[in-house]
Design a protein around this ligand. Structure first.
Ligand SMILES: *[C@@H]1O[C@H](CO)[C@@H](O)[C@H](O)[C@H]1NC(C)=O
Length: 356
């Protein structure tokens, strides 16, 4: 099987940026014209095609992407969902960090070459890849369906009506959708592409084979297996680990080929190594995100945990302490039969927030 995105440096992905910026417009740029309740959209009929085209127009896409979007009914919704998924996962993974993946400052961050920039590229491409593969297997797109790889196991699964997530379609589609602009020697573009591919690969590597037995009770005379993606939270956690261990890269000319390539730091006098395809790479050290800047709103007012991260979160400015009452269920007893009765108790709880 062909693996993943086999892209050479010159002809590659670099159109993810419009989509990342779209995340900002999807949140801030709400004009009131958007259809936000995508679940209640009519699926059939004359209006649905028009609606679909309109949804493509509302997204911030390159010309080529817009054309692909218009050609594929259902795609606009999947793209929107993917954008939401990426934003929410990023904010979840960074909820206890100085940079909380706020949309405020994102446009500037995307122009830099920070670890955070790399994470945004990786999590966004991963969300796209995940959402597309799932959309195929759940019947939301017309042009793809269940995993249709020709292996025998998979053929059997089809017969049993089991539907595997279609990562092959998703990867092929993204290669076209995000792809093909000449980038030459630009280090920035190489870094973005590297992280974009890394995100897609993380989803692909998280593909698990699930099996089910059929036949006389427990005999497992017939077994069907299919491919299922990991929950997106797992991929988010993996990408956060990659962010924590990100590799700083430089551009160097390969003497043998004459092409420039990304190289990692020199390790103790040895020649520098190439970053692995599973590394998150960056070029610039991050700002500290303590104070409001073009990159972030700063950490003033952020809540923190006294035991663990108030010192670092508040950047040494100290924290305010305030107490509030919280209600919770208590003295619960099982009543015969069959429910639980509880009382409501109140308790004081301390809340810590970073000073200005
Ligand atoms: C991130 O932090 C900013 C600044 O304190 C805050 O206004 C914002 O609500 C936070 N965003 C999220 C998603 O937690």
């Amino acid at each position: 099987m062909r693996s993943g995105l086999q892209l050479s440096a010159p002809a590659t992905l670099c159109l993810l940026q419009p989509l990342l910026l779209l995340q900002v417009s999807a949140y801030f740029g709400l004009t009131g014209r958007e259809v936000l309740t995508h679940l209640s959209l009519p699926r059939q009929g004359a209006t649905s095609t028009k609606l679909h085209l309109k949804q493509c127009d509302l997204l911030t896409l390159s010309r080529k992407q817009k054309r692909l979007c218009r050609k594929e009914p259902g795609l606009a919704e999947v793209l929107r969902d993917a954008i939401r998924l990426g934003v929410m996962e990023c904010q979840y993974q960074f909820r206890n960090e100085r940079w909380n993946c706020s949309l405020d400052g994102r446009t500037e961050l995307l122009k830099g070459g920070f670890k955070e920039t790399g994470f945004l590229y990786a999590v966004s491409s991963a969300a796209l890849s995940h959402s597309l593969a799932k959309a195929c297997s759940s019947g939301r797109l017309e042009r793809c369906t269940c995993d249709d790889s020709p292996d025998l196991e998979n053929q059997k699964a089809w017969q049993w009506g089991v539907c595997g997530d279609n990562i092959k379609y998703s990867t092929r589609f993204l290669k076209n959708f995000l792809g093909q602009k000449k980038i030459g020697k630009d280090l920035r573009a190489k870094v973005d592409i590297h992280n974009t591919k890394m995100g897609i690969k993380a989803v692909k590597n998280g593909l698990k084979t699930t099996c089910k037995c059929h036949g006389v009770s427990g005999s497992c005379a017939v077994r069907t297996c299919w491919k299922q993606l990991s929950p997106f939270h797992e991929i988010g956690r993996l990408l956060k680990t990659k962010y924590d261990n990100a590799v700083k890269v430089f551009s160097a000319t390969n003497d043998a080929t004459g092409h420039s390539e990304l190289v990692g730091p020199q390790a103790h006098g040895h020649s520098s190594r190439l970053p692995r395809s599973t590394d998150l790479v960056y070029m610039e050290d991050s700002p500290n995100f303590c104070r409001r800047s073009t990159y972030s709103p700063g950490t003033a007012g952020r809540s923190c945990s006294k035991e663990t991260n108030c010192d670092s979160m508040c950047c040494g400015r100290g924290h305010n302490t305030r107490s509030r009452m919280v209600t919770f269920s208590c003295h619960c007893q099982v009543q015969w039969c069959c429910h639980v009765e509880c009382q409501q108790c109140m308790q004081e709880e301390e809340v810590y927030t970073c000073k200005r």
